[in-house]
Design a binder for this molecule. Structure first.
Ligand code: ACM
Length: 264
């Protein structure tokens, strides 16, 4: 199957133009699965919870979701996109999963990073894997990479591909995701953004780009630049992710020593 990402430079608060720009980038290539960055439609650095509340939308009936549902239907594709979600009084850093026939599901970022805590609640929805026929897809968001249990939980539930909308500011994630793929023999698609947000002058953020697709052997199929918008689509061999053997003797899943591990 063909899967890809867009790497974007959103303008804070300019939801309609960020959406238009993302659609235009996806229109440059065709894919059965697209991964978009974290908070792709709003930008990242909210001043406060009121600002987030004004820019967040409900899933799946908010305006960005409805536009993505239309776009995915028209292009007969799947999209996983990072959004600010509002549900009652709660605001989440979420990813919506949309297919050619409409809304599929939502993931709410479980590991909230740094100043995000002032705005977002930590997600409480289970880590879940979606079977879309051509692949089984799990979702995690940005800083979730730092907690290897996240990718492991998705892989143990059968994920072939981990979709990873991101707004990376720390340098280590692109290399760490190679390890997540080796540990679990899965594909990972990290869709990041580029550019700077300096809305908080005490804490200007530079996003590192380097969106990438890594295969179950740890090969980087493509890594994007640190500073430009990009579109990438690669061919994914799902069977590779379903074979957990690393040689004749070792199987990554059945060799696990759950009798020895103490995770609580
Ligand atoms: C991050 O989790 N956006 C760094």
């Amino acid at each position: 199957m063909k899967a890809g990402f867009i790497q974007t430079y959103p303008e804070f608060g300019e939801v309609q133009s960020n959406l238009k720009r993302a659609s235009a980038l996806m229109e440059k290539k065709s894919a059965e699965l697209w991964v978009l960055p974290e908070l792709f439609s709003t930008g990242y650095q909210f001043h406060n919870i009121d600002e987030a509340r004004n820019l967040a939308e409900s899933i799946p009936d908010g305006p960005v979701c409805r536009a993505l549902i239309d776009w995915a239907g028209l292009h007969k594709t799947h999209i996983i996109a990072g959004l600010a979600e509002i549900d009652g009084e709660s605001i989440y850093n979420s990813a919506v999963f949309i297919g050619p026939d409409g809304y599929i599901g939502t993931y709410r970022k479980a590991h909230i990073f740094d100043s995000e805590r002032a705005v977002f609640e930590a997600g409480e929805l289970p880590l879940k894997v979606y079977d879309i026929g051509t692949a089984r897809v799990g979702i995690m968001i940005c800083f979730d990479w730092r907690f290897p249990e996240t990718a492991r939980s998705l892989a143990l539930q059968g994920a072939d591909i981990i979709a990873h909308p991101s707004n990376l500011v720390l340098p280590h994630c692109p290399q760490a995701m190679i390890t997540r793929c080796l540990e679990n023999r899965v594909y990972a698609i990290t869709a990041d953004r580029v550019g700077v947000e300096d809305r908080d002058l005490d804490n200007p953020l530079k996003f590192i780009g380097q969106s990438q697709i890594v295969d179950p052997d740890g090969n980087i199929l493509y890594r994007a630049s640190e500073d430009s918008e990009e579109v990438c689509v690669v061919e994914i061999d799902i069977e590779k992710a379903r074979n957990k053997k690393i040689n004749c003797e070792n199987d990554l899943f059945s060799d696990r020593r759950v009798d020895l591990y103490k995770l609580q």
